[in-house]
Design a protein around this ligand. Sequence first.
Ligand code: SAM
Ligand code: SF4
Length: 335
Amino acid sequence: MIPLPLALSDSFGRRIEYLRISLTDRCNLRCVYCMPEEGVPYENLDNVLSFEEIERVVRALASVGLKKVRLTGGEPLVRKNVPELAARLVAIPGIREVTLTTNGILLARDAQALWEAGVRRLNLSMDTLQPERFIKLARRAEFERAWDGLETALAVGFSPIKLNCVLMRGINDDEIEAFGQLTKDRPLSVRFLEYMPIGQVSSAQWRAHYVKNEDAVAQLKALWPDLETLDDAPESTSRNFKIPGARGTIGVINPISHKFCEGCNRLRLTANGKLVPCLADNYEYDLMGPLRASCSAQEIREHAAAALAHKPIQSDFEGRLARGGSLRTMSQIGG
Ligand code: SAM
Ligand code: SF4
């Protein structure tokens, strides 16, 4: 008999405490860096994990050290009753935090219910503050609804709200100052994310729009010479700064230029039940089959351990690009 692992870890001894769960591969936007304009074929709904199956996975892994769950997608809020799922996950012993990443379009509807479910932190994706540009970037005229979602979430009390902006050269890299200004009077943690080559993107297309986050930091320091550098937690994936006197902060997340793999504690679960140990690697491990065959909690833990044996020591987005690129879009993996 395989001994019960006390803590979920990978072959390099990294403890796995954080599961990012994609609730759906569907989305109400078509962001240029994530999905093609025509969308991607959606998974048949029969092949999408049910809330019960998600709860079984989280419960099984919480007994071996899983502490944090992020609900994502696709757009997680296009799925019905997400606050109900969040409440069920919050109640699982060992789970300290359930968070959500959303594009904000349906957040005004769900913010209060998510708060009541016990969700306290949100990541909201917002790549431009210009409604016209939003149409080009997200291919839908939804800026106002996303902004309304953000304002509602602030009013409900979520704090800090992390506002994620994927910087792309020639598309939105002239908005660094405007995003910085936002942090002056709102408790927002604006974070500039490096554009990652995921989905149907060629090396040339990716390189044409990739902005190294050092460039963003240099611009921020030129704009605000007295920019304060904050002390980040050792496991933090972002480097954070503050404009003196501002209510919020500005951060950069550098998955490409500064890999943060050494302290990586994450595992992903796609909407169709595949475990993905690394975003930069096409390897995935099927958990749906065992779940549908009524596997035990111990078997779920063993499948997770088997998937984690394939977690690479370091991400290699460029190596994957050279080998033909990623098989899935970000919306299909779960960001
Ligand atoms: N629909 C939700 C949203 O947009 O917040 C959740 C899913 S989305 C895939 C999660 C995050 O991945 C978003 O913050 C999005 O900006 C980011 N993302 C998607 N494709 C990306 C890419 N190619 N490079 C960097 N970040 C990306
Ligand atoms: Fe949808 Fe999020 Fe991808 Fe944009 S980034 S297309 S909102 S899943």
